[in-house]
Design a protein around this ligand. Structure first.
Ligand code: RNT
Ligand code: ZN
Length: 410
């Protein structure tokens, strides 16, 4: 008997059909973030990354242009089982060496990506980009100066047009995220005014109904350099999403350290249609370390499956570690997210639910503990084999030869 066959029997004894789970895992698509490949630099300018976020590390070989980025992403995808989406930011457009300001961008700058997505079986998602720009400052959509607000409203509206064009071309809605860094470094007394401006800007942005894209909005506890106040806090966006039928984005790095992102799932889904995830790994702050199969991520995916909400969630990744091999970062993080989803789907939740309802806490804990050491690893290995990608640490060899032949020469 193979390790998988043994695993299949052991799970069957708990009422879980691993074949069905493998089919569902095949249907589980991550939205891989394009920005791990180049530390969120983009192709617009060579300027610094500003606006509440920071990439650290100087590992050699980051992608310097669109061809390198595409090649790196395809390499990473070849080592990740299943089929996945690509999440682009506006600053990754094809600007052909011309200066295209953020309020001038259009779908034509993403036609190359749309074609690439089609050729490579990779649906696209999208993000407006309000950071790393001379007009960003500390405030963008909530700036008291109407001219600055108008500029960012125009940018974000154009991004929705681009997302709509992507969704139409791929015949699959493009999920567009709006995250703005707006906040204050120090004491401030105009909080109500900033939030009223943000609300008004969002109302203007979302005025036009779109058929092929979905809007999501991402809150945050604080941004680096903007520690004292965040205009787009979680309360703000939860209220906005619930009132307007928008999708909240749960970025796992965006909460107080002891707050559980997993606990948001069953609460938010009572009031909003869907959720977007930005799966990340905060180490002491929103440091965007590579996603691992750690407890908070396991819990997040378990909560989604227990809520029966797999189809109501979009699974974006959002980390950018410049300190390690960037292809490896994609592969490790994507595989970790898949393992969390796999373990969630393998959980013998039917049995545990019944025990819980019967007040049998001892049995509940016993089954939850046993689930941790069940042979889920053999099921994941089987998934890799069926998808023709290296099992276990096998992908490392591929990554080091790509490093030797490609990225180290940059
Ligand atoms: C920042 C947000 C945001 C960005 C990306 C690049 O804290 O998480 O999602 O990381 O848009
Ligand atoms: Zn995020």
């Amino acid at each position: 008997m193979t390790a998988y066959e043994i695993a299949r029997e052991r799970y069957a004894a708990l009422g879980t059909d691993t074949e069905k789970v493998l089919d569902k895992l095949q249907d589980f698509h991550l939205s891989m973030h394009c920005w791990q490949a180049d530390d969120v630099a983009g192709f617009e300018s060579t300027g610094d990354l500003t606006g509440g976020i920071q990439a650290t590390g100087n590992y050699p070989g980051k992608a310097r242009n669109i061809d390198e980025l595409r090649s790196d992403i395809l390499k990473a995808k070849s080592l990740i089982p299943g089929t996945h989406r690509l999440n682009l930011h506006e600053i990754y457009g094809e600007f052909g060496g011309k200066k295209v300001d953020r309020d001038e961008v259009g779908a034509e700058h993403f036609q190359g990506w749309i074609d690439w997505g089609r050729e490579n079986g990779t649906p696209l998602d999208f993000n407006s980009t309000s950071f790393s720009h001379p007009k960003s400052g500390n405030l963008s959509l909530s700036h008291p100066d109407k001219g600055i607000r108008d500029f960012w409203v125009e940018h974000t509206k154009r991004c929705r047009d681009i997302a709509d064009a992507m969704g139409k071309a791929q015949n699959d809605p493009c999920i567009m995220n709006v995250w703005v860094h707006d906040g204050c470094k120090d004491m401030s007394v105009n909080h109500y005014m900033y939030r009223a401006y943000l609300k008004e800007s969002l109302d203007r942005i979302f005025e036009e109904k779109k058929g092929y894209m979905k809007d999501c909005i991402e809150g945050k506890v604080f941004g680096i350099g903007l520690e004292s106040f965040t205009v787009g806090s979680h309360d703000f966006y939860t209220g906005y999403a619930a009132a307007n039928g928008k999708i909240p984005t749960i970025d796992t790095g965006h909460y107080h350290p002891t707050e559980s992102p997993a606990d948001k799932v069953s609460a938010l889904l009572q009031f909003v249609p869907e959720l977007m995830l930005h799966v990340s790994r905060p180490v002491r702050w929103d440091s965007d370390h590579v996603t691992l199969m750690d407890d908070p991520t396991l819990e997040l995916f378990a909560e989604i499956v227990r809520a029966g909400a797999m189809e109501r969630v979009h699974y974006g990744l959002d980390y950018f570690d410049g300190a390690i091999n960037r292809i490896g970062a994609y592969v490790i993080g994507s595989r970790a997210a898949q393992k969390c989803m796999l373990r969630a789907m393998l959980e013998p939740v039917g049995i545990i639910r019944d025990y819980e309802l019967a007040g049998r806490t001892c049995e509940v804990l016993t089954y939850l503990e046993e689930a941790k050491t069940m042979p889920w690893g053999a099921v994941y290995d089987e998934f890799c084999t069926r998808n023709d990608v290296p099992v276990g640490t096998g992908f490392l060899k591929e990554i080091s030869s790509y490093e030797k032949e490609v990225t180290s020469k940059r």
